[in-house]
Design a protein around this ligand. Structure first.
Ligand code: 4AD
Ligand code: MG
Length: 460
């Protein structure tokens, strides 16, 4: 279908010739002899104003046109005398593509609460805020690929269905073929019929599969859906989320921190500068401190601090935290936010965590107590990146697997990479939804993806 997008029309693309714009009516205002239609087609935040003369073809339809109706408007794009737009559409023809009953259309002109909009996740993309969020999300996803392509990383795809628990935290969803699950065979006999003839899960991280690829291609990244059965109703945990995971051979923890910082700065810059129109909505209506918070990310180096020093700062903070702090404790969101929002007022990269609270694959430091892990913490969110140097020494790695009583036989292929030509390597995972929360100021993970999956929520 020939059409001019609203975004193009607002820039005058196609002016001087006949233009045809299709979209959804946001508002209709009637004046004597003509009506104004505000049309949005999702290509940008701003609506296009169409002026439909009572004499235009199809003008009789105007009476039926309420918010939400889909229309095609043909006419001439002319410079607009009004404020806020450079061009407007003088209609010669109006077509009704899909009516919407304004009485029952759930999106009214007033401002709706986030809670209400979650109940109509199939329609909320038509609001300014969610349209802007989804366009930003798209731009960030594309920027991820551009960032890594420019640095010579290969994009690799790791399996969604896996046999091992990368993080060892037991937060996995099991995968079963329906025909197996419903089998009337007794459980003992059923196992041999189960689809994979072994336990299968949805991946919690692509890392274990990405490592062998990095140890062949040098620099790789994965970017895809990840699943965690976290039985907690927090604003930053989803059951299904996208994770971006770079993995680099011939790299140490410092290289890892450098990459994480460069990546975050780049992506925040894309949101602020390349998506200025959508970003402005969030800075105006969602979080007025957003430009300052993101400005600090863009302009200042991140703080880099050993975990032990962070614990010291926190224990001297004179704060009453809900969870007490001491060496060996897993830092909670309140601690992470204290460090980034009140103490340093910018992102903090914590490193050298106690080995007891980190995963088996992290490289052990010479002190025998800590591992070469790093988490990037940002204001408003807390942890946004988690990564480490990987344990590349076969004996140390197998020792750790034994110590933690993990099933050694499951890791034979992973251990092969340490048996044959092992090298220092490092990587991290960035939670994509948390990134979108950071750049929009949106406070709940359920509002930074089109159809969120969180504990107890699977409506759509
Ligand atoms: O710190 P995590 O658990 O690290 C890993 O999974 C590593 N294997 C990654 C790697 O080194 N390749 O998760 C990484 C990031 C977190 O920092 C957080 O941003 C995000 O993933 N994340 C979640 N985001 C939303 N909902 C959840 N339930 C999340 N769990 C982790
Ligand atoms: Mg983590």
């Amino acid at each position: 279908m020939r059409r001019t997008t609203v975004q193009a029309a607002l820039q005058g693309v196609g002016s001087g010739a006949e233009a045809r714009v299709m979209g959804w009516v946001r508002t209709r205002r009637d004046a004597k002899g003509f009506s104004f239609l505000e049309i949005n087609d999702g290509s940008c935040l701003t609506n296009l104003q169409a002026i439909v003369d009572d004499g235009a073809q199809g003008a009789a339809l105007l009476k039926e046109l309420g918010t939400g109706a889909a229309v095609a408007v043909t006419g001439e794009l002319v410079p607009s005398p009004g404020k806020g737009q450079r061009f407007e559409l003088r209609a010669t023809k109006l077509e009704l593509l899909g009516p919407a009953d304004s009485e029952t259309y759930p999106l009214q002109k007033k401002r709706h609460s986030d809670e209400f909009l979650r109940t109509i996740a199939h329609l909320r993309p038509r609001t300014n805020k969610y349209g802007a969020m989804l366009r930003l999300r798209s731009a960030l996803g594309q920027a991820v690929h551009a960032f890594f392509a420019a640095r010579g990383f290969a994009w690799v795809q790791t399996p969604i269905i896996t046999g091992s628990d990368c993080e060892g935290a037991g937060e996995m969803f099991r995968v079963t073929a329906l025909s197996d699950a419903e089998s009337c065979l007794p459980p003992g006999e059923r196992a041999s019929r189960d689809f994979f003839a072994k336990d299968a899960y949805l991946t919690v991280s692509g890392q274990l599969s990405a490592e062998p690829l990095a140890l062949a291609l040098g620099k790789v990244y994965t970017f895809g859906p990840t699943f965690r059965a976290e039985h907690s109703d927090t604003s930053r945990h989803a059951a299904e989320f996208w994770m971006l995971e770079p993995e680099m051979a011939f790299a140490d923890l410092e290289d890892d921190m450098d990459l994480g910082e460069a990546l975050l700065k780049h992506l925040v810059g894309v949101a602020v500068h390349d998506c200025a129109e959508d970003f402005a909505l969030f800075a105006k209506y969602v979080d007025p401190s957003l430009p300052d918070t993101l400005g600090a990310i863009l302009e200042r180096p991140f703080v880099r601090l050993p975990y032990a020093e962070a614990v010291e700062i926190l224990s001297k903070a004179g704060e009453t935290f809900q969870f007490p702090v001491g060496f060996g404790c897993d830092l909670q969101s309140e601690h992470e936010r204290y460090l980034t929002e009140r103490h340093f007022k910018r992102p903090v990269v914590l490193y050298d965590y106690p080995k007891e609270i980190k995963a088996f694959y992290m490289r052990q430091n010479d002190d025998g107590k800590t591992v070469a892990a790093m988490d990037v913490l940002v204001p408003g969110i807390g942890e946004i990146i988690g990564g480490s140097a990987r344990e590349e020494r076969l004996d140390v790695l197998t020792g750790r697997i034994r110590e933690l009583s993990l099933p050694m036989e499951n890791y034979w292929w992973y251990l092969d990479t340490r048996r044959f030509g092992t090298v220092p390597h490092a990587g991290f995972g960035l939670g994509f939804e948390r990134l979108v929360m950071l750049v929009t100021g949106i406070g709940n993970i359920r509002d930074v993806t089109a159809f969120a999956r969180t504990w107890r929520h699977l409506e759509f």
